[in-house]
Design a protein around this ligand. Structure first.
Ligand SMILES: Cc1ncc(COP(=O)(O)OP(=O)(O)O)c(N)n1
Ligand code: TZP
Ligand code: MG
Length: 210
């Protein structure tokens, strides 16, 4: 059973192009990441199947959980979790498809009401953000730490903070109750796998201090 706490690494097809996907993800896992989201916004289903299978093998070696972005059917074929945004299909349908044990996450942008709805539909965690300027998704609505406070006091679900999170700005998010930090750029925009591992370890250490 995966603990929904700590660094939540999210892949990026541009940053990890040119053969970096597996070595950089392995470095993040070596650095302690135990939750990995496969996120590729292309519509190449065969590529998604192939890459997700390879990531699943890697995650299994490290005892990490794999979450597929956007595609509950691919998640069902692999027997892993899924993350769904507001236009990616119903969380309740994903729960029915994937079963009670699956990790299912929902995007709640900056709206507490969306998190209440996600909880009702059986989400395993709720995700708020973006909290800071994001290279990866610059248009995402802005959230504040007060939303984290509200979610922690009124919902019994782990809370994810996403969007422009770096080693320098993450501490207040954790102090306001973020259980997981979902990170793309500040983890994977690195010149070497060794640097990804170092960053993953440093993100993990932020939770150890908590
Ligand atoms: C952990 C986590 N939180 C939010 C998102 C964003 O999901 P969504 O709004 O569906 O946008 P895309 O990622 O699909 O572009 C996420 N993927 N993961
Ligand atoms: C997918 C997503 N949803 C809101 S912000 C974001 C991107 C997060 O990437 P980064 O950590 O590079 O800002
Ligand atoms: Mg989506």
């Amino acid at each position: 059973m995966t603990t929904l706490r700590g660094l939540y690494a999210i892949t990026d097809s541009q940053l990890l192009a040119g053969g970096k996907l597996l070595p950089y993800v392995e470095a993040a896992l070596n650095g302690g990441a135990r939750l990995l989201q496969y996120r590729d916004k292309s519509s190449d289903d065969a590529l998604h199947q192939r890459e997700a299978e390879a990531l699943l093998r890697l995650c299994e070696r490290y005892g990490a959980a794999l979450i597929i972005n956007d595609d509950a059917e691919l998640a069902a074929r692999l027997g892993v979790g899924v993350h769904l945004g507001q236009s990616d299909g119903s969380l309740a349908a994903a729960r029915a498809l994937l079963g009670p044990q699956a990790i299912i996450g929902g995007t709640c942008h900056a709206r507490f009401g969306l998190a209440q709805q996600a909880a009702k539909e059986g989400a395993s965690y709720v995700a708020f953000g973006r909290f800071f300027e994001s290279h990866t998704k610059p248009g995402a609505p802005g959230a504040t730490v007060e939303l984290l406070d509200q979610a922690k006091s009124h919902l019994q679900l782990p809370v994810v903070a996403i969007g422009g999170v770096t080693l320098e700005n993450a501490t207040p998010l954790i102090a306001h109750g973020a259980d997981m930090l979902a990170v793309v750029h500040a983890l994977f925009a690195a010149d070497s796998a060794a640097e990804v591992e170092r960053r993953a370890r440093a993100f993990g250490a932020l939770f150890a201090q908590d």
